[in-house]
Design a protein around this ligand. Structure first.
Ligand code: F0G
Length: 468
């Protein structure tokens, strides 16, 4: 039985090149973490054993992608790789127009400037850090319209990325459709734990928006993972291919922003894709100002070639089953040990529920940041905080957001780590779990103005500090 379970998601590749890992001592890790201000973003990667900070740009490319890198046409204008990528994006995602960007936030920047007017509201199925920031910089206020279950780490709802149509309707009634340029729909929802949105819900969102003349923008960063969940979980979809579900998803939206560093198995790249001719003209003009000429958008020709090849590899059923299978292998083992994680398990990461892992810490002591620091000390594993530090401050009041979810994200790069690595990870988390009461929490001692989680610095609270 065991063997069959593994066979179900075993890697559909073998390893041709290896990159040595460095194992460090506890003393070395203590010094490195103090030097990094207890922020895992500030660690040197050479001091990290298993790097689960992010699945962004950390993927292993295939031999075909590396071969494609040699076909880079590094012309300033009209690179052959651009045209191949354009054709592939049209085929896979279905939008008519492509604007390449250096990564996802480049596309978010262009789209926010294009469609937002100061004072607008942009509803979305939970915020993402860079997406919301670009909306705010363009003068909009983000409004969370995800279903309540998404904010509950224990809810077993199969599509926790769904939009709450009543919340959306109420917002439109309150501010008027003219103040809502588009609804920002992510598939999957990173900050909710990599949770999918169903096609049924996306279709209903689309219909509601159409009645009010509001556009729908897809954050397609992990839309292929989302398609895998739809195939597995949504009634009537089992026989449909991931590729078909992806196209159907995109067809329900007007545009997408894309960080190709995730689904598309590359180390850098992104794009904006859209259907409207006039908006495309404007975006193509704007990209020249902020990214680079419209046929490279801040990328090398070889990067666009690797991305085009990645689009085919990412849509392969056996790839996606292995990718998500590995994440679920770790999640199931942690659940068996009684360790609190977000359920159901999402696509790109296992999220430790730091609020339940460290219930003795108040949110002001940054439980998720503290747990990520502790896991690094234990075993050199690097994870990421997704709680109060990531949530930042309300720009109008200056107060810290207090998100309901206080999570540590163990993010899995695609095709990088083995099952033995997964087992080391499970063992390390169990060891921290066994001595969780010793974790004292952190105080923030430096806070940068934008996206503070990347560069903030902390200090451990002394062991005897009162819990407040
Ligand atoms: N949208 C989603 C859903 C993302 O997860 C990210 C990046 C972006 C947009 C921005 O894309 O980094 O290419 O500019 N997420 C990374 C992460 C940083 O670790 O989750 P980018």
């Amino acid at each position: 039985m065991r063997t069959r379970e593994k066979r179900a998601w075993a890697e559909p590749f073998k390893i041709k090149m290896v990159e040595p890992l460095r194992v460090t001592t506890r003393e070395a890790r203590e010094a490195a973490l103090a030097e990094a201000g207890y922020n895992t973003f500030l660690l040197h990667s050479e001091d990290v054993y298993l790097d689960l900070l992010t699945d962004s740009g950390t993927n292993a490319m295939s031999d075909r992608q590396w071969a494609g890198m040699m076909l880079g046409d590094e012309a300033y204008a009209g690179s052959a790789n651009y045209y191949r990528l354009e054709a592939k994006v049209r085929e896979a995602y279905g939008y008519r127009h492509l604007v390449p960007t250096h990564q996802g936030r480049g596309a978010e920047h262009l789209l926010s400037r294009l469609w937002i007017r100061p004072g607008d509201r942009v509803p979305g199925n939970m915020y993402f850090t860079t997406t919301r920031l670009h909306q705010e910089l363009a003068g909009a206020t983000f409004v969370d319209v995800i279903i309540d279950e998404a904010h509950d780490a224990t809810s077993l709802h199969p599509f926790k990325g769904n939009v709450d149509l009543a919340k959306l309707e109420a917002l439109i009634a309150e501010v008027g459709a003219a103040r809502v340029p588009y609804v920002s729909v992510a598939a999957t929802v990173n900050m909710a734990g990599g949770q999918p949105i169903s096609l049924e819900n996306l279709r209903a969102t689309r219909e509601l928006c159409q009645r009010h003349g509001i556009k729908v923008v897809l954050d397609a960063t992990r839309a292929i993972e989302n398609a895998w969940f739809i195939q597995r979980r949504e009634p009537g979809r089992a026989g449909q291919s991931i590729a078909d579900i992806l196209r159907e998803t995109c067809a329900l939206t007007d545009a997408c922003t894309m960080s190709a560093k995730k689904d598309l198995l590359v180390n850098i790249g992104g794009f904006l894709a859209l259907n409207d001719d006039a908006s495309f003209e404007e975006a193509r003009n704007m990209v020249v100002v902020y990214e680079g000429l419209h046929t490279y958008g801040g990328l090398a020709g070889r990067d666009m070639e690797a991305m085009a090849i990645g689009i085919d590899e990412a849509r392969a059923e056996e790839h996606m089953t292995a990718r998500i299978g590995q994440v679920h292998y770790v999640a199931d083992a942690l659940l068996a040990e009684g360790i609190p994680i977000v359920q159901p398990t999402g696509g790109h990461a296992v999220f430790l529920d730091a609020a339940r892992f460290l219930p003795h810490l108040p949110q002001k002591a940054y439980p998720a940041q503290s747990l990520a620091a502790e896991l690094y000390l234990e075993s050199g594993i690097r994870a990421m905080e997704r709680g109060m530090v990531s949530a930042g401050r309300d720009p109008s009041t200056g107060h810290e957001h207090q998100p309901k979810l206080e999570l540590v994200r163990l993010t899995f790069p695609r095709r990088v780590y083995t099952q033995a690595h997964c087992d080391v990870l499970i063992e390390s988390i169990c060891r921290v779990w066994d001595r969780r009461e010793e974790v004292t929490g952190l105080d923030m001692v430096y806070e940068p103005r934008y996206l503070r989680f990347f560069q903030a610095r902390f200090q451990p609270r002394p062991p005897a500090a009162p819990a407040a």
